[in-house]
Design a protein around this ligand. Sequence first.
Ligand code: ACM
Ligand code: ZN
Length: 658
Amino acid sequence: MKMKNHLFFVAVLIAAVSCSTPDIHEVIIPCPTEIEVLSGQVSLDESPDPVAVIGENVMDSPEGYELTIDKDGIVIKAGSETGVFYAHQTLKQLRYAYSGRRMPAVHILDAPRFEYRGMHLDVSRHFQGVEFVKKQLEMFASLKLNVFHFHLTDGIGWRLQIDRYPELTDIGAWKPAGWKYGDPTDLFASADSLDAVGGFYTKDDIREILAFADSLHITVIPEIEMFGHSSEVLTIYPELKCKGKTVQESTHPVNEFCIGNEKTFEFLENVLTEVIDLFPSEYIHIGGDEASMRHWAACPLCQKRMKKEGLTDVKELQSYGIARIEKFVNGKGRQIIGWEEIAKGGIAPNAALMSWRGVEAGQQATSTGHKVVFCPEPYCYFDAYQDEPIKLPEAMTNYVSLENTYSFDPAEGDFEGKDLIWGVQANLWTERVEEASHAEMMYYPRTFALAEVAWSLRENMDYDNFRKRAIRLSDKAREDGYTVFDLRTETGPRPGSVDSIEHLAVGASVTYADDFHNSDQFEKKGILTDGKCGPWSHRYPGWDTFAGTDADVTVDLGSVLKIKNIETSFASYGVRYGYFPLEVKYEVSLDGVNFETLSVMNGTKAADEKRPDFEKFEWKGRTKARYIRVFAARDTAFATRPGIWGSGRLMLDEVIVR
Ligand code: ACM
Ligand code: ZN
């Protein structure tokens, strides 16, 4: 009887907690600057419509707002319609959290940390229609994001109607039926073929998106890629390619416009004229990333241009081209922004920069007087996995969790020109994101974290608190029809990859039987005994790579120790980038000369073709040893292609000894 009473009490308590009134500090994303709880309780359901007053800026910001909710009603004060709009976004989140409940009376003062708060969408690799874009804009605005970076052109498809060059969308927007990312990129279908896949935005579509964005206080910045990532244009207009014969197109496809050819500038300026007529944004994104410069180096026209302009290398040739485009765009009263590579041969005088490979290029640019949007890969690339990859649809092989995004602070560190940090952005590249629902899952909830990084003061940010708010807002988003990754099922970082683990081999020296494994791209010596396991991605430090060879390493513990457990894990990513060992053998020795076999284990897992996966090899028992040799046999069945990457690799993160 007593027990029953007890259980009843627990049940009542659980019920009470699960529908208790939310703490006002666990509701709003992005976190407001100041929340002052007033006396008394109110019901938003019963409150009259808000009264909005536009007067002076709040907190010195035209986007700032003051929101008072008390027994007298709801009052919004702001310096602009945008501030009023943001107060309404806060109010919507409060209404959701306190629906059917009373909430504390509050006074909220709020303004953004950064002026530029952006989200990006690549619609070249996989096209999404107008309704999808509008739906995401609605969510972005609700998070007080204010820039939509619309990546409209890239090698896979051209997505914007250009009247002067109808072939760009008649041909360049369509792939043959069944075409999948990874198939030859230069296959295009005619728009007339019934089963062609793809699409593009007409100018009316764009006007519809722009009007909608404007109503949400979002600026749309269009991106027209140059001089690289342009193979779709060059397939249609091959005369804009370089003319060099020394570089084989079969092995090095041409993705770059010829900068030596005047026709390139004629084409780009004609396109930009229509883009500028259509999009009212002050900034036009001109791409500039990842151009391979080898064709320019071999092209007589490019070489002639370099000579004429006194340019010493192809990086300067690229900068010449960008500066020329900047002059054209400036002449139309607009500015350019480009990916960080545009600064490689000297940044154009008025250009703003997007720092994406890391933060260094951005810091360099602010120190020389340029505005910078920070969107570095390890925090802001939403094409990466947000959790344990094997649970998720195929993505790019990096790992960017909600917490990674949340931890990014563009002002961290010592560098000049911090007042030129324009803001932050997250990028959604869609090479591996075809379905609308997958795209949304990649955006949410990580976009919530980006929004808080962009808007909120650092001192108000706390991840544990944010995560609760993110779960609540994820529920709201789902109710509103969005697909959202479920944080309640999150595995979190790979065990041992964030917090160091203690074991007997930490700091021990490691001898490699074969130096061939070493590649400056991936490994660091010492990785196997640094007390850290590798992350959910083989692309970031943490994994030691054995390319085209078996793994054969010996760990020296420094003295003879009692041992009861040895554990190693291997990462795979398809058979191309890494596969699991066929066999793993542990040997031990007291003197480093005579080794005794402890364990021989067969690999049992096949590499997942699409996603990183991991296999653990563990021995348990009792022994004494100073030296531990780990030998992992590669699968030579995969050693079919030339070069160390072609023959695949074994990836090992830590030799854990207990
Ligand atoms: C980029 O991710 N290539 C800008
Ligand atoms: Zn050329």
